[in-house]
Design a binder for this molecule. Structure first.
Ligand code: NAD
Length: 707
């Protein structure tokens, strides 16, 4: 794990080289090895200096999340945390100089170990990143990061890094003071040695020297008091108090820096244990790390199908979606043939990519040469013959069955027999659209989200006749464009639109019941959703909701069940207040950009004299989505809980600290969730009836996640 070598000049070198792993991580084994090596180096009198380095391209990538989740008893985790703290304290207080030679990335626990060294010299490696990103997974730095970083670079400089989890490049890390020096790649070990040999003992950390004060002011200085007050308020505004990790980080900094470092570390350990064992951290780690990684590694890809690479993709329809799909395709190095009914429309689609790359060139993020090459790969056309040689054609024309059927037939007349045809429909069942295809086994749904260049999710929809090979090859494209797939079986609204719409419609139903519009919106935000249901309706337009409902009604006939919110959407659309694009919806959108709720709402939807508790509204807005997601599992629309959660988080900004629509059920507990649903169903109607699947799972002793 850690190679220990003592040379003739008295420098003990600790080289991290975890066998069988591409990166060093902190886990039970490496931690034990580190503790032993620190013990040896600090106690051996012939050691005059200690050098910590990595035998791998990166320094230490951070904590091993499997190891972190293994500990489920607070006492064990606390003990483990204190053991690491103790060892790092022994290292930095032993009097001998300690230097870290950092070859590449040092994140989380890796950077925390480097911070316990007196000197940190990094290789000038453009790919290396430094930071404490724990908060992005709902945890906090537990290796002393909340204590050493602010003591090193000041509270004001460290809080944004701790609260946002930013990963800095070498130059920035040097500028803020995280790194002591940056040297040409390959010379960092020599630089660390030179520094060690030039020191005379005892060497101390700044915070252990007499008269130390926190750079920029301690917690009781007036400027920092004010800064912390604002930070706390801003955090509250952003998280609604929902996410414990950032709040606990603030507490660690505040409480820890009032005291000496040893007490501060103990404070951090307590908050760390509390946070790691909390439901929110477990949900975030599971969904954002394990499930997201599985999706990106194409866990749902049928095995045994050879990987397909694409050189040329056809995109039919150069509107909002087609333009975005062409851009991400060309960005990934493929030729994107962009076809529309007029060359002007096709060119307009290409100009979307022009605007995007021009912005990146202006910001110095893309060279002119690469920008030109990217644009050259987008070929606007009206000629189907250009589709010859594409590995896949993606259709993004009007949401109209006849138009889609027409482009399907015309494309299939040109594209190779083994090429895939994908539809980006947002509402029309794939199996029905495939009826226009002469080879339905090659027909699949690929539901992109808008704006395509910013939304990383693609919902891949398997129709009744779609082959396993087609699914595999569609997923190969998703990977090639660097996006995240979820795989669902065909259904009305698929998974994402179907579940997302229940949130919107539940909010509209509340309005019909007389709940104050501001309360509905705040309940949405308090639930953790990025936007309230009324503002969301304005974004997607009430018109679209009504249109989809009309289609659903026509398609389903007697099986159609209306949700109470539909009438509200219908009414606001009738009033011509169709949403933001019309400048009027549930909100007014004045020129100055400061939208506000339309004052006329009260006349249309009278506000009741007694209002429900916001917690009841939050429960409804969350439960309604989970019930629908569970129905999707029950009906086999969803193939895995993992995809439900990843799709919710990436597709419509569902709060990751709840895990996802299914993660929410899992972390509530099946029995408890069923009980809540039964209560909601009695109060608000059978749309809250708990799906049979959940009861069956209890009977069979099953859970959605074992981790
Ligand atoms: P859009 O109206 O912006 O673009 C449609 C484009 O298709 C237009 O440029 C039109 O000229 C072109 N077109 C129409 N008939 C054609 C034909 N016969 N041959 C070639 N081109 C033709 O629409 P959009 O928002 O880009 O949506 C396109 C598809 O993507 C729809 O099926 C829609 O449901 C789906 N979708 C939209 C969103 C969204 O947020 N807008 C999200 C996911 C999926």
């Amino acid at each position: 794990m850690i190679d220990y070598e003592l040379d003739a000049e008295g420098i003990a070198t600790l080289t991290w080289g975890m066998p069988g792993r591409s990166q060093n991580v902190i886990n039970g084994e490496s931690c034990a090895a580190l503790l032993a090596a620190i013990d040896l180096a600090t106690k051996d009198e012939s050691v005059k200096g200690i050098l910590m380095k990595s035998g791998k391209p990166d320094f230490i990538a951070g904590g091993d999340l499997d190891w972190l989740l293994e500990a489920d008893r607070a006492a064990d985790l606390f003990e483990r945390t204190l053991a690491l703290h103790g060892a790092l304290r022994r290292l930095e207080t032993c009097g001998k100089p300690v230097a870290a030679a950092i070859s590449g990335t040092a994140l989380g626990g890796g950077l925390e170990i480097a911070l316990a060294c007196h000197y940190r010299v990094a290789s000038d490696n453009p790919n290396a990143r430094y930071g404490l990103p724990e908060v992005t997974l709902g945890v906090l730095p537990g290796g002393g990061g909340t204590q050493r970083l602010p003591r090193l670079i000041g509270i004001q400089n460290s809080l944004p890094l701790l609260l946002e989890g930013a990963k800095l490049g070498a130059a920035e890390a040097k500028k803020v003071g995280i790194l002591s020096a940056v040297v040409p790649a390959g010379s960092e070990v020599q630089a660390a040695r030179d520094w060690l040999l030039a020191q005379s003992m005892p060497v101390q950390q700044p915070w252990d020297t007499k008269g130390y004060s926190v750079p920029g002011g301690g917690v009781s200085s007036p400027a920092i008091q004010q800064f912390l007050m604002v930070s706390n308020a801003m955090l509250r505004a952003k998280t609604y108090g929902n996410c414990p990790a950032p709040a606990n980080i603030l507490s660690c900094v505040y409480e820890g820096l009032i005291t000496d470092i040893d007490t501060g570390l103990k404070t951090e350990a307590r908050y760390f244990v509390n946070t790691v064992l909390g439901r929110e951290a477990r949900n975030m780690i599971r969904s954002l790390f394990f499930s997201m990684n599985a999706a990106n590694k194409l866990a749902e890809r049928p095995v045994g199908v050879p990987i397909r690479t694409y050189a040329r993709i056809g995109i039919l329809g150069a509107g909002m979606m087609g333009a975005g799909i062409a851009y991400v395709t060309a960005r990934a190095g493929m030729v994107a043939v962009l076809l529309d009914t007029s060359i002007e429309a096709a060119e307009r689609g290409k100009s979307y990519a022009r605007t995007l790359v021009a912005r990146q060139v202006a910001r110095g993020r893309l060279s002119q040469e690469k920008a030109d090459a990217l644009l050259a790969r987008i070929v606007p056309t009206t000629d189907y013959a250009e589709l010859a040689g594409v590995g896949m054609a993606i259709e993004a024309v009007f949401e109209d069955r006849a138009v889609k059927a027409d482009v399907t037939r015309r494309s299939e007349a040109v594209i190779a027999a083994d090429a895939i045809f994908a539809s980006n429909t947002s509402t029309l069942p794939i199996t029905g659209l495939a009826q226009a295809s002469a080879r339905p086994a090659k027909f699949i749904g690929m539901h992109f989200f808008s704006p395509v260049d910013k939304m990383p999710l693609i919902e891949v929809i398997v129709g009744k006749q779609t082959s396993e090979e087609t699914l595999a090859h569609a997923l190969d494209y998703v990977k090639a464009v660097g996006m995240t797939p979820i795989v669902v079986n065909d259904s009305r609204g698929f998974y994402t639109s179907r579940v997302f719409s229940t949130y919107v419609l539940e909010g509209l139903a509340m309005l019909a019941e007389g709940v104050a519009p501001a309360l509905v919106e705040n309940a949405g935000l308090q639930a953790g959703m990025p936007v309230g249901p009324l503002a969301l309706t304005d974004e997607v337009t009430a018109e679209l909701i009504v249109k989809i409902d009309r289609q659903t009604r026509a398609d389903l006939g007697p099986a159609y069940r209306e949700r109470p919110g539909q009438q509200v959407a219908k009414r606001i659309a009738e009033l011509g207040r169709i949403g933001r694009k019309a400048g009027r919806g549930f909100y007014e959108y004045p020129q100055d950009g400061r939208k506000y709720l339309w004052p006329g709402l009260a006349a249309e939807f009278p506000v009741a004299t007694t209002q429900p508790a916001i917690s009841d509204l939050v429960r409804r807005l969350i439960a309604v989505q989970s019930v629908e997601a569970a129905l999707c599992m029950q009906e086999g629309v969803l193939r895995s809980a993992r995809d439900a959660d990843v799709g919710a988080i990436l597709g419509w900004g569902y709060p990751p600290w709840r895990g996802g629509t299914i993660g929410q059920i899992h972390s509530t507990g099946l029995a408890q969730f069923i009980a809540e649903c039964e209560q909601l169903s009695a109060q608000h109607g059978d749309r809250f009836n708990p799906p049979q699947l959940l009861k069956d799972m209890i009977a069979r002793g099953e859970v959605f996640y074992t981790r």
